[in-house]
Design a protein around this ligand. Structure first.
Ligand SMILES: [Zn+2]
Length: 140
């Protein structure tokens, strides 16, 4: 199942929703371009896997901006072009098929993309948290 979260990957509600949106878009794209029904073709499964990995490792976590607004380009160029093509095609079609998901997606796009330094300074997603340094004050 596409929606099962792999062990050790605890995605928050925001990222889980993003995953659903992604999978739904891929399904639309694959159906119309690769003639698949009910399941994705090999290529699309690989692309979705890749995108899910990037999502799970997003340094912004639940504060994740829409990917096209993000300052951190974590996709490889090839994969990025492929995902962009999927979104361009499936984005408008999502409105009819998954009105709620696409509404959220539009709202996410309106969020301001945080810069990675701003995130580091405040909430610190776990993936970029640094180990605590030993305190040097106890010799004073
Ligand atoms: Zn496909």
């Amino acid at each position: 199942m596409i929606f099962d979260v792999a062990p050790g990957q605890a995605l928050g509600p925001r990222l889980v929703r993003e995953r659903h949106t992604l999978a739904a878009m891929m399904a639309i794209y694959c159906r119309d371009h690769h003639g698949q029904r009910g399941q994705l073709c090999e290529d699309c499964i690989q692309l979705l896997d890749y995108a899910e990995q990037r999502l799970a490792n997003c340094p912004f976590g639940e504060d994740k901006p829409a990917c096209n607004h993000c300052q951190v380009h974590c996709y490889s160029t090839t994969q990025r072009e492929r995902v962009k093509a999927v979104m361009r095609y499936a984005g408008p079609r999502m409105l009819w098929r998954h009105p709620l998901l696409s509404l959220y997606h539009l709202l996410d796009k309106r969020r301001e993309a945080p810069s990675l330094t701003a995130v580091k300074g405040s909430r610190k997603p776990s993936s970029i948290r640094r180990p605590v340094e030993p305190s040097r004050t106890d010799t004073l």
